[in-house]
Unconditional design. Structure first.
Length: 318
């Protein structure tokens, strides 16, 4: 099996930015309360946009950058589109099919949505890696897109302040070269009630047992990082960046305590976007790539965790 390579990334955010002060006008909370407990300063909510339109915008940006950066790439070499989402515009057709339509792809592309909540982007990368092995010479679009604002209960101040809308896309391919590329994914449905609800449920609002999720996240992030590094034959000294699902700054701060002297490797942007569920890891990767912080030859670990419960970690060489 080839090594997964990131060709280009893209992102899309709604126009409406919502600060903590804006939230406090709607909910009994304050900027100080939200910031000290979550690290979040703002988020974006859809008005004119939707989960589908954000996915399409992010995909187009990734594709356009891919055309600039990879001389072998063309749009019609995209053989696979996977969209990780829990908040698509429709039950069917899939958001992925709508992305394919928007890109002008007809008949020669596999497209489907994947539901693994905040682990979705990592699950989708693992799916894409396996499927591209059967589609030699093809590229894949992996997208995380969420419109979380439509399932938030604004009478629940402990949960509604945490989430935002957004999308991120990664154009990827496999290369038959030496390098690092390993992804491990797991689930445990016995903890289904820790995070539940959303589109299609009897009570459409998202519900979360915050303290239980916090403890779960801190445990599985460390467990996942250590396991995927062991599987790849690496340790933390080999890694340039760790990108965790951006759920809450305090979760990442607790995890960092396990890696004394390596704390600066953990990237955070939850303050800018809040928790965008399946989009969060992709948004962090796009920020790292486009800021020039991620360079060829660097190694990164990405870790997702979310409702299900699900969790997934991968190590990649840029």
């Amino acid at each position: 099996m080839g090594i997964l390579r990131f060709v280009a990334t893209g992102k899309a955010l709604p126009k409406k930015m919502v600060t903590n002060e804006d939230i406090s006008k709607r909910v009994d909370t304050s900027d100080e309360w939200i910031t000290t407990r979550t690290g979040i300063k703002k988020r974006y909510y859809c008005e004119e946009e939707s989960c589908n339109s954000l996915a399409i915008e992010a995909a187009k940006e990734a594709v356009n950058r891919g055309l600039e950066r990879d001389s072998e790439f063309s749009i019609h070499k995209i053989g696979l589109i996977i969209v990780a989402t829990t908040s698509g515009d429709y039950a069917f057709p899939s958001t992925a099919c709508m992305v394919g339509k928007a890109l002008g792809l007809k008949g020669n592309v596999m497209a489907y949505d994947l539901s693994a909540a905040c682990s979705g982007f990592m699950y989708a990368l693992q799916n894409a890696k396996a499927l591209l092995n059967e589609m030699r010479g093809k590229y894949a679009l992996v997208i995380g897109s969420e419109e979380m604002s439509k399932i938030l209960d604004f009478s629940d101040r402990s949960t509604c302040v945490l989430f935002g809308d957004g999308a991120a896309a990664a154009l990827i391919k496999l290369e038959d070269k030496e390098g690092v590329s390993c992804i491990l994914s797991y689930s445990d449905g016995n903890d289904e009630d820790l995070v539940c609800g959303g589109v299609g449920s009897k009570d459409s609002f998202l519900k979360m047992k915050g303290q239980s999720v916090f403890k779960f996240a801190v445990k599985v992030i460390k467990q996942s990082i250590d396991e995927v590094l062991c599987q790849a034959g690496l340790d933390m000294s080999d890694i340039d960046f760790v990108v965790c699902h951006q759920a809450n700054a305090r979760i990442i701060e607790f995890v960092k305590r396990n890696y004394e002297g390596r704390e600066d490797k953990f990237y955070q942007n939850v303050g800018e976007y809040a928790n965008t569920s399946a989009a969060s890891i992709g948004l962090a990767l796009d920020d790292l790539f486009e800021s020039g912080k991620l360079k060829e030859g660097m190694k990164i670990v990405c870790v997702g965790f979310g409702a299900g419960m699900t969790w997934s970690a991968g190590v990649f060489e840029i």
